[in-house]
Design a protein around this ligand. Structure first.
Ligand code: AMP
Length: 215
């Protein structure tokens, strides 16, 4: 299965991608995660991407396309993958198709996870991540048993720089401005399945699994 997961920032794409990765034993390719690592490591590419990310803007396609191309060529992607956070615009979608048709391995499913804007803001502003093990919590919806401490490993939490309220709104505006064209792009090709992303994680997961059946 070669799956594209669409959805606004905070829609739960990353959480669902990680569950799918375990279920189908294929890797998750998250452009946000790849870019954040490059920024943390201060690689030349990370340094170029940093200012865009801090403002909640899209990193230029020229940077992101190279990253995705390099990642999809790695051997662990041979059996399939789940792409999360890419494409973010029609040009990226077309470039992905071109990249994959060149190797005769097109995308087999596209699932869009839909969540209302109010819920997205609450989810992102409440998101806290364990510094040690990466476990994701939400102070409103999925709090740890003991405030400020990871249930799994006892680690402390951090909040992503771009999960602050002003940047969140900017990120949602950026996503919404391009969403229609992406939905149309995949809709026209008869590939798109939309599901509601509210409710418990395991229920959303079941809906995603139903949507990708046979892909
Ligand atoms: P995410 O974790 O997917 O919300 O991405 C965090 C940030 O990384 C975004 O706000 C963008 O600045 C950047 N980013 C992630 N994926 C892309 C992409 N496909 N195209 C451009 N910028 C991206």
């Amino acid at each position: 299965m070669r799956l594209v997961l669409l959805g606004a920032p905070g829609s739960g794409k990353g959480t669902q991608a990680k569950k799918l990765m375990g279920h189908f034993s294929i890797p998750e390719v998250s452009t946000g995660e790849i870019l954040r690592k490059a920024v943390d490591d201060s690689t030349p590419l990370g340094n170029d991407a940093r200012s865009f990310m801090e403002k909640g803007e899209l990193v230029p396609d020229s940077i992101v396309l190279g990253l995705v191309h390099a990642r999809l060529k790695q051997q662990d992607c041979n059996k399939g993958y789940i792409i999360d956070g890419f494409p973010r615009n029609e040009a990226q979608a077309a470039a992905l198709d071109k990249m994959l048709s060149a190797i005769g391995a097109p995308i087999t499913a596209v699932v869009s996870i839909e969540v209302s804007r109010d819920d997205l803001i609450k989810r992102m502003s409440g998101r806290r991540i364990c510094k040690s093990c990466g476990q994701v919590y939400n102070i409103h919806f999925l709090p740890p048993r003991k405030e400020g401490t990871c249930d799994s490993c006892g680690g402390d939490f951090f909040q992503r720089n771009d999960d602050k309220e002003d940047t969140i709104k900017k990120r949602l505006d950026v996503y919404e401005a391009r969403k229609a064209s992406l939905i149309e792009y995949y809709g026209k090709r008869g590939m798109l399945k939309s599901i509601t992303g509210t409710g418990p994680v395991h229920e959303v997961f079941r809906k995603v699994c139903d949507a990708v059946e046979g892909a």
